[in-house]
Design a protein around this ligand. Structure first.
Ligand code: UT7
Length: 326
């Protein structure tokens, strides 16, 4: 079977946290954050807002655009590194919230590359004939994983969710390729210290010794990110026999404007073909690409027939790319 993307959706918390506000909390400035990252503001989940509620809202919006009822979904994938709980999967909670009663639901963990990994899994499920309709959601509440006293990390992240509906079709194949890569040797350059089996939430020392927060060797990660984004992009271009100049749009993971610019330059892609929302939402990990895709689609930026590449890099390291004929 061939695969089509029939709906996109997103959801963002209403609360905006500006660089000026963060400057009141830690020793930083709007000038440092904008010039080093490109971020101006980010969204922060309110009390009562969770990864599952944002994911469900994004999923509902994607289903509405696709004209697909929740009960028709065969497979529900949620990519997240900030699940509601270690278990059950956030996907099962989202299944309940949406009433997607006929779906198999599970979470997928590939950090900022999670949405690309989700598309890769979904593509294979549909192409094999196993299922017909899939909801893939990337959703995160990263604001509850960072140390709000650490200027190295707290300025970077935000909360949000994005989703797509994928359907089997006898018509044109739209998901032209998916490529995924992992480099586990670098896992400890970017990770969440606490609440897993190494630093369990049940051990008082985890809290007392503050082994709980997201931690990152930013500069090292930056260098790897630029190389990996190029490697994943090149894999898609080569597999499809095209070059960067053939792309209508590049939707990169939104971690740092300088990483995006370096990637675009290496691929020969001008700023007019980049889809960026980093300035408004910061780094929302696996939600960043589907949110950007939904905005560009709804605003009419991406049009039928466009060749769109999505590329992401994140903790693991995990990285990958997808090429779509819209
Ligand atoms: O989501 C997927 C993976 N994540 C990424 O791809 C993120 C990759 N890394 C980055 O985006 C960048 O490395 C950062 C934005 C995190 C940091 O930028 P940088 O240009 O690599 O800065 P740096 O870490 O080398 O730090 C430079 C200086 C340091 O001061 P000293 O040691 O030179 O005196 C930091 O302490 O900037 C300082 N600094 C800050 N200053 C003001 C770090 N954070 C801040 C801050 N405000 N928020």
């Amino acid at each position: 079977m061939n695969v089509r993307i029939t709906g996109t959706g997103s959801a963002l918390p209403a609360r905006i946290l500006t660089n000026a506000e963060i400057s009141q909390m830690v020793d930083t400035s709007d000038e440092w954050i904008t010039t080093r990252t490109g971020i101006r503001e980010r969204r922060i989940a309110a009390e009562g807002e969770y990864t599952s509620t944002l994911a469900a809202e994004a999923g509902r919006n994607a289903l509405a655009m696709a004209g697909v009822a929740a009960e028709e979904i065969d497979l529900l994938l949620v990519s997240t590194v900030t699940p509601d709980f270690p278990f059950p999967s956030t996907a099962c909670i989202v299944q309940d919230l949406l009433g997607a009663t006929n779906a198999t639901a599970f979470d997928l963990s590939a950090a900022c590359a999670g949405f690309i990994f989700g598309l890769s899994v979904a593509d294979k499920y549909i192409r094999s004939g196993a299922v017909k309709k899939i909801l893939v959601i990337g959703a995160e509440v990263l604001s509850r994983t960072v140390d709000w006293r650490d200027r190295n990390t707290c300025v970077l992240f935000g909360d949000g969710a994005g989703a797509v509906v994928l359907e089997a079709t006898d018509g044109e194949h739209e998901l032209l390729s998916t490529h995924t890569f992992s480099k586990g040797a670098f896992w400890n350059l970017l990770y969440q210290q606490g609440s897993g089996s190494r630093n369990p939430a049940t051990d008082r020392r985890t809290i007392d010794e503050e082994r709980i927060y997201l931690t990152m060797e930013g500069n090292d990660v930056f260098k790897h990110a630029v190389r990996a984004m190029e490697e994943a992009s090149t894999a898609a271009l080569v597999a499809n026999g095209i070059s960067g100049t053939d792309l209508s749009f590049l939707i990169p993971h939104q971690a740092n404007q300088r990483i995006i610019d370096a990637t675009a330059k290496r691929l020969g892609i001008g700023p007019e073909r980049l889809v960026i929302n980093l300035d408004r939402y910061g780094n929302t990990s696996s939600a960043s690409i589907p949110i950007a895709l939904d905005e560009a689609h709804r605003n009419g930026v991406i049009k039928s027939g466009n060749l769109v590449m999505m590329v992401a890099f994140g903790a693991g390291f995990a990285y990958g790319s997808t090429l779509v004929r819209w």
